[in-house]
Design a binder for this molecule. Sequence first.
Ligand SMILES: NC(=O)c1ccc[n+]([C@@H]2O[C@H](COP(=O)([O-])OP(=O)(O)OC[C@H]3O[C@@H](n4cnc5c(N)ncnc54)[C@H](OP(=O)(O)O)[C@@H]3O)[C@@H](O)[C@H]2O)c1
Length: 250
Amino acid sequence: MDINGKRIVITGATSGLGLEVLRLLLKYDVHILAVGRNMEHLPKDNKVFPLQCDVASREGVEMVFSEAEKKLGGIDLFWANAGFGCYQKFGEPDWQKMESIFETNVLSPFYSLEKLLTLYPNQKIRFMVTDSIVGQMEVPGYALYAATKFAVNGGMKSIQYEVPGNVILSIIYPVATRTRFFERAGTSIDKSGPIQSSEACARAILRGIKKDKKNIYPYRLWPFAYFMLMSFPFVKHFILKMRNKELQRR
Ligand SMILES: NC(=O)c1ccc[n+]([C@@H]2O[C@H](COP(=O)([O-])OP(=O)(O)OC[C@H]3O[C@@H](n4cnc5c(N)ncnc54)[C@H](OP(=O)(O)O)[C@@H]3O)[C@@H](O)[C@H]2O)c1
């Protein structure tokens, strides 16, 4: 996809991966609706239209689409990237937390994609969603987060078969990436697996956009590592047992 001339919506553009990709996109002739809640790190640039909005509700998503129409005059690329994790032992009943993580990580991207398909039925459009390797492999401590990202993986993979030819649906699978994600999740970055800088991850996402990739693996070795872990389940089991020991020591 040629990035120049595109009208782009990024949710979760105010920090981490979203912000890093937004900075790279500013080298192109683009207009970006940058959505988030804490706007202080957004670059001041006439290509960027900030929108302070909580996307974890139907009203929030509706607002994103109506602002995109007003500010950009439409959408060519929608990136549902806003999300958060939580690291905890399972067994601390908190309905509100469960609701909030599912609304942000699951309902919001699915509803956004449905809106996009309905509003632009005949236009060439692209939808991207940030999943995670935790949407492919379980990790103790991340049960709720994994539940949301597995839901995204299964749902979006199914929809990849359904979307018409004018739509490209891309799923992004980052490994542990240096952003504020871990601090917000109540832990520190996981050192037992691959780690990537947010800059390297953002560059890989941009390459994925340019090449119209349906599945974007910012850490290139992950598909191989995943294949090996699935082929030798006892290795995976051993690693996850170690991770659980770490969790139980908290
Ligand atoms: N970092 C990793 O290791 C990693 C690995 C795999 C997948 N991911 C996924 O990558 C995505 C981006 O995370 P990140 O690593 O860049 O973390 P981050 O630095 O914490 O950024 C998260 C972004 O999502 C926004 N956001 C969260 N909830 C929102 C809501 N209800 N409404 C609007 N915006 C909301 C935040 O906005 P405000 O800051 O303005 O609130 C922020 O811009 C997430 O979906 C995450 O699950 C991250």
